[in-house]
Unconditional design. Structure first.
Length: 336
């Protein structure tokens, strides 16, 4: 029996594959390399001493997906494949809806045809929208403020309806908070295309000299130092959350939303100062206007993951930043 990992050469997917290989799982990765490189596969082999089956294919390609299920004995799917740049999703909404929503529908249809009804899905804390107070818990109403968020919400709704229609489906819908960090080896990590949108890749590229200075988006939020507060979570903790979710699927009937966060909030300036201390590099920054769509404070109530999956995040902020810096300083140009 094999696990199908869509988007498995990406940031979170590659770290999850490493954790699954440590448990001797047989892995099939499907990725169209839209935002990743096959060089990741060599690094995964260096870390684990093990190989995976890699299939370069698009989840929107029904024939290719059918071929995957015909040639491999898949018993569960971890579905990471998706486009994730919030700004780009507003300028290219059709690409996002097609890739994320239509692609997920194709994947689900092919899974159903082959009787594979175990799924772990990459959702996001973005589905909590702008109006819920933190800590955010899974009972709160959901909404979205941009096309990327809409795609996550639409897929979640499809999964809830699907699970209601057929009780054989077991689905864990994992709502990630802000994944950062990298594998402790420094061999795999986040490698965004172009100028990063997210805080940590931006800060680390300033630290390594690829970018001149950080813009801090707003210092007038109602937070202790005025800058935005988020729940940063180490990508290896997140990856281990997927392992726990896969183990739990046998007890889940239906579709269960589960937050994966630490439950702690950290401000932009705390990130900058910790990064500066740990890397020993200067991080020049200036205060810029608020970024449209940002809210002051976002952090998780992580009790469902704790109680249901017996999982909690173990790595602290210093470890997250030390691992981010090791990856970035050892690979200033990513995997190239
Ligand atoms: P990533 O871009 O590094 O990985 C996604 C992978 O999916 C890439 O390797 C890309 O090439 C692949 N892909 C995209 N469209 C595809 C398609 N149609 N067919 C096959 N492969 C395709 O992103 P990530 O940070 O690892 O995120 C993984 C998932 O988690 C995404 O669904 C993302 O929306 C979700 N998520 C990420 C974050 C975050 O901050 N990184 C937060 C919440 C949710
Ligand atoms: C963003 C997305 C969210 C997505 C998540 C993961 C928006 C509005 N939200 O979340 O939908 O799920 O990424 O991909 O884009 N910051 C700076 N300077 C920067 C970058 C960020 O000050 O150059 C600040 C932000 O204002 C925020 C914090 O850093 O307060 C974290 O930002 P980011 O890493 O982009 O994550 P989110 O905004 O939480």
């Amino acid at each position: 029996m094999s696990l199908l990992i869509t988007g498995g050469t990406g940031f979170i997917g590659s770290h999850t594959v490493v954790e699954l290989l440590a448990l001797d799982k047989d892995i099939v990765i499907v990725d169209n390399l839209a935002n990743s490189s096959t060089l990741v596969l060599d690094r995964i082999k260096q870390i684990t001493g093990k190989t995976v089956t890699f299939i370069e294919a698009d989840i929107c390609d029904r024939q290719a997906m059918q071929q995957v299920f015909l040639t491999h004995d898949i018993d569960a799917v971890v579905h990471f494949a998706g486009l994730k740049a919030v700004g780009e999703s507003s300028t290219m909404p059709l690409s996002y809806y097609h890739n994320n929503v239509a692609g997920s529908i194709t994947l689900l249809q092919v899974m159903a045809e082959h009787g594979v009804k175990n799924l772990v899905f990459s959702s996001s804390a973005t589905v909590y929208g702008e109006n819920n107070p933190s800590p955010l818990d899974e009972t709160m109403p959901t909404s979205a403020t941009n096309p990327y968020g809409q795609t996550k919400l639409m897929i979640e709704n499809i999964l809830f309806d699907l699970a209601k229609s057929d009780e054989q489906w077991s689905i864990a819908c994992l709502r990630y908070f802000n994944p950062i960090g990298a594998h402790e080896s420094g061999l795999i990590g986040e490698n965004p295309n172009g100028i990063p949108n997210n805080l940590l890749p931006y800060v680390s590229q300033v630290a390594v000299g690829r970018l001149a200075q950080l813009q801090v988006f707003g210092d007038d939020y109602p937070t202790p130092d005025g800058t935005g507060v988020r729940d940063y979570i180490h990508v290896v903790d997140l990856a281990q959350g997927h392992v726990k979710a896969l183990e739990k699927l046998k007890d889940i009937s239906g579709c269960v939303p589960i937050n994966l966060g630490t439950g702690n909030g950290t401000s932009v300036l705390e990130i900058v100062n910790t990064f500066k201390d740990i890397s020993g590099q200067d991080i020049p920054y200036h205060i810029a206007p608020r970024r449209a769509g940002d809210i002051a404070t976002v952090y998780a109530d992580a009790s469902v993951a704790n109680n249901l999956l017996n999982w909690h995040a173990e790595r602290d902020l210093a470890t997250m930043i030390a691992d981010t810096w090791r990856w970035q300083s050892q690979n200033p140009n990513g995997f190239e």
